[in-house]
Design a protein around this ligand. Structure first.
Ligand code: UD2
Length: 304
């Protein structure tokens, strides 16, 4: 008989640096308090499910570039400094990152010192009168960016909200063909509570009883090919909805959830990869890596 307690002690003596937190949370045991694999056998990344040193050394040999898109229009430009500075501290540190910043105010971009092999390209775009249109419009701009510019420039892409900050490592453990992030509000709630679009008239419709997880649109990514297909499909569905005078309940996030239902992500990131500063801690979340800052929506958005 091999008791877990004995294994824990043995592990602790031989590899104390690999023992993460109390109990059985080590890379030898994985996590026992959360699911770390989906029903379709995609990994769900939580602290304690990977060894940063091992996974870094694998990707170091591949000379990868991670394109990272961020939109800062109107008053959201104020979030950019913290976003970039914290990314330089925690996001794919030691790897090539190319930020693509979409903004209506290139002159207001803060001067943030980027590390070696880290680049920033600015795309000037017009602002819009509705925050919902800014948020939804990202899908089309991402689709075109990948199509027109990224083919030879990057291997992976992540698309991130700007009103957020990095607090801990976000590294190559997050890479995959198609990557979704579990929304921090819904990770421990039953499916019937998920705020999917429920009107059959919308292209984002998900019938009751269907759906796997509720994903955030504040962070998603993957290979260029897969994210291109995602953004193109969501853009087409958004256009169809607009032509039919319907707007999904949570805008492009509703369409993203529909997409992920029929195109399962090959990797999921736990809410460690998108928390909310305003939320209380949760026992399962041992580290907050990226988190939405608290903002006054009425003050920063162009409309209510
Ligand atoms: C949720 C989603 C967000 C998006 C939105 C759509 C989460 C955590 N976030 O956030 O990704 O799906 O719902 O309903 O689930 N932006 C500007 N200027 C503006 C308004 C928006 O640049 O005036 C950009 C900016 O990059 C921002 C993003 O659009 O991060 C999303 O807008 P939001 O953060 O205000 O949306 P929110 O908090 O409702």
């Amino acid at each position: 008989m091999c008791s877990a307690k004995i294994l824990k002690c043995r592990d602790y003596h031989v590899f104390p640096h690999r023992l993460i937190y109390w109990g059985f949370t080590s890379i030898w045991f994985g996590r026992t308090d959360v699911a770390s694999v989906t029903p379709w056998l995609a990994p769900i990344v939580w602290e304690g499910t990977f060894d940063a040193t091992v996974i870094d050394s694998i990707y170091k040999q591949q000379n990868i570039t991670v394109a990272t898109t961020v939109f800062a229009l109107g008053k959201y430009i104020r979030f950019l400094k913290d976003f970039l500075e914290s990314a330089e501290e925690h996001y794919f540190v030691g790897f090539q990152v190319h930020y693509y910043l979409f903004t209506d105010q290139p002159e207001a971009i803060p001067n943030v010192k980027l590390g070696q092999k880290r680049y920033l390209t600015v795309k000037k775009v017009p602002s819009l009168n509705r925050w919902q249109d800014i948020s939804m419009g990202r899908m089309e701009m991402l689709e075109k960016l990948i199509e027109n510019e990224l083919a030879k420039e990057a291997d992976y892409i992540f698309c991130l909200d700007v009103d957020a900050k990095f607090y801990g490592r976000w590294g190559v453990e997050s890479l995959g063909r198609l990557v979704g992030v579990i929304h921090p509000w819904f990770f421990d709630l039953p499916r019937f509570i998920f705020t999917y679009e429920r009107r059959p008239e919308s292209q984002a419709y998900i019938p009751a009883g269907q759906g796997d997880y509720y994903y955030t649109a504040a962070a998603f990514g993957g290979s260029l090919k897969d994210v291109h297909h995602l953004t193109k499909t969501c853009r087409e569905h958004l256009n169809t909805d607009a032509a039919n005078s319907i707007e999904a309940i949570w805008h492009e996030e509703s369409h993203l959830n529909k997409y992920f239902l029929y195109n399962k992500p090959s990797k999921l990131l736990s809410p460690e990869y998108l928390w909310r500063d305003i939320s209380m801690g949760a026992g399962q979340v041992k580290i907050v890596r990226f988190s939405h800052v608290t903002k006054n929506n009425a003050e920063v958005r162009p409309n209510l």
